[in-house]
Design a protein. Structure first.
Length: 177
């Protein structure tokens, strides 16, 4: 029995294309499109796009002025849980920031980084309140949940959204007990 190389190679190529095409179609029709539909229904979201991978879901958002970042994140988590599954969720918020907000953020960044590193999360609103008092027209909002610390800096013209991942304290058994 003599095997022909051309039919075997053609069958392998067709099978790979069919499998890859089927997975791509499933990913688009059963995960990405329904998730994008959920995202567009969230109050405060102007536009949204998602990229779904095996291990994570990355969502790019454009928020309306005054939208609560934590509420948007929690709504995505709860309403999109059937499509996100056990994948990690990454939010990327489109910035309408300007040079003034970037400069203000750089001034307060050291204190916030120190508060995040030492897990003194209560220092973050205090640092931003001081920033608000010294800069007219600036509104700073801080929110926190079990996963992240959410910071919003807004002026009349621009907004900057920051999501800082929170590492909760782990409880466990001490080795010397």
């Amino acid at each position: 029995m003599r095997l022909r190389l051309f039919p075997i190679a053609l069958t392998a190529i067709l099978a790979a294309a069919l499998l890859l095409g089927g997975w791509s179609l499933y990913n688009s029709m059963a995960v990405k499109q329904p998730l994008n539909g959920v995202l567009k229904e969230i109050p405060g979201v102007r536009s949204a796009d998602s990229t779904v991978d095996r291990s994570h879901v990355q969502i790019t958002l454009e928020l309306e002025k005054g939208a609560g970042l934590r509420e948007v994140y929690q709504t995505i988590r709860s309403n999109g849980s059937t499509y996100i599954g056990n994948r990690t969720l990454q939010l990327e918020v489109a910035q309408t920031s300007d040079e003034q907000l970037e400069e203000l953020w750089s001034h307060v960044l050291f204190g916030i980084a120190q508060a995040m590193e030492t897990r003194h999360y209560g220092d973050i609103p205090q640092a931003l309140q001081q920033l608000e008092m010294t800069h007219e027209g600036l509104t700073a909002t801080t929110e926190m949940d079990a996963d992240n610390v959410y910071i919003t800096l807004e002026t009349k013209q621009a907004a900057k959204y920051i999501i800082l991942p929170r590492v909760p304290t782990e409880l466990g058994v001490w080795g010397h007990v």
